[in-house]
Design a protein around this ligand. Structure first.
Ligand code: CP
Length: 304
């Protein structure tokens, strides 16, 4: 494939290849720290129309670790303020001679639009609530590194499923690799439609907790909700925050994950976020690994 637009359209084998290459490149770069020259002479442009800390910087580092150059574009301060469209902006950056456009935008489907409009590779760094394929891959890679497999594990995605592109990427990616996926959260934030699609839907975290191998704790995306969200932060924390009391009900080897940014005291307490079961910062490092794999594999794919 020339693009990485979502995990829903990838096969289990394609996902496994991305994970295998991510592991290999992580090792080849000394844990994502050293440079190798696999992609020397190529250029990766980051086009971010929404804020980011992890995705943007790790795409940039991934390109640099493989010897590529980077172009950093933020809509803030750009000529979009003068009326230049999203597609014209992307075509302008492409005309500077880039091999990949990495795009983050609040509108679902924008990477798919660019894939039709551009000649270069397009990598989705998050399109509204739709998908965030490299986030799903880094989450799954982190689980696989700890457990050696995905098949047969019970993984709960907890929180704001309705507005979460990370949830969608995980749901498709994990299920294609044979995990049992539970989507858990308040009824206002978890659609029963997931049940119709064959996934387990739960609204009570305490009931499902004892049988979970992994919890991935999602942030409540208040920026994508109405001015009076339900539940409130306080109500949510009471019902769903992973805290020391809830950890006592969990499996002794449970993995605690969060895509970040985390809101301490809302979906996770500091004791759990910084505790021995947390792999949150390993997820960040693995973000470089999977983004190196995405750059490498798309660069070497035949034109589709
Ligand atoms: N998880 C994630 O996408 O983080 P950023 O918004 O900081 O990139």
């Amino acid at each position: 494939r020339r693009h990485l637009l979502d995990l829903e359209s990838l096969s289990g084998d394609e996902i496994r290849t991305l994970l295998d290459v991510a592991d290999q490149l992580k090792q080849a770069t000394g844990g994502c720290r050293n440079k190798i020259s696999l992609l020397a002479g190529k250029t990766c442009a980051n086009l971010f129309f929404e804020n980011s800390t992890r995705t943007r910087n790790s795409f940039s580092l991934a390109a640099k670790r493989l010897g590529a150059d980077t172009v950093e574009f933020s809509s803030a301060g750009s000529s979009t303020a003068k009326g230049e469209t999203f597609v014209d902006t992307a075509k302008t950056i492409q005309a500077m001679g880039v091999d990949w456009v990495v795009t983050r935008h609040c509108t679902p489907g924008t990477p798919h639009l660019l894939a039709r409009e551009l000649e270069c590779c397009v990598l989705n760094a998050g399109d509204g609530p739709h998908d965030h394929p490299t986030q799903g891959l880094l989450d799954i890679l982190t689980i696989r590194q700890h457990r050696g497999r995905i098949e047969g594990l019970t993984v709960a995605l907890v929180g704001d499923i309705a507005h979460s592109r990370t949830a969608r990427a995980n749901i498709w990616g994990l299920s294609k690799l044979g995990a049992h996926v539970i989507v858990c959260g308040p009824p206002t934030l978890v659609s029963e439609r997931w049940g119709e699609l064959g996934f387990e839907v739960a609204h009570n975290l305490d009931e499902i907790l004892p049988r979970c191998d992994v919890l991935n704790l999602l942030r409540i995306q208040f920026e994508r909700q109405s001015a009076r969200p339900f539940p409130s932060v306080h109500e949510y924390a009471n019902l769903y925050a992973m805290n020391v009391e809830r950890m006592a009900k969990a499996k002794s080897d449970i993995l605690i994950m969060a895509p970040g940014p985390i809101n301490r005291g809302v979906e996770i307490t500091p004791e759990v976020a910084d505790g021995p079961h947390s792999v949150i910062l390993e997820q960040v490092t693995n973000g470089i690994a999977v983004r190196m794999a995405a750059l490498y594999l798309t660069a070497n794919a035949p034109i589709s």
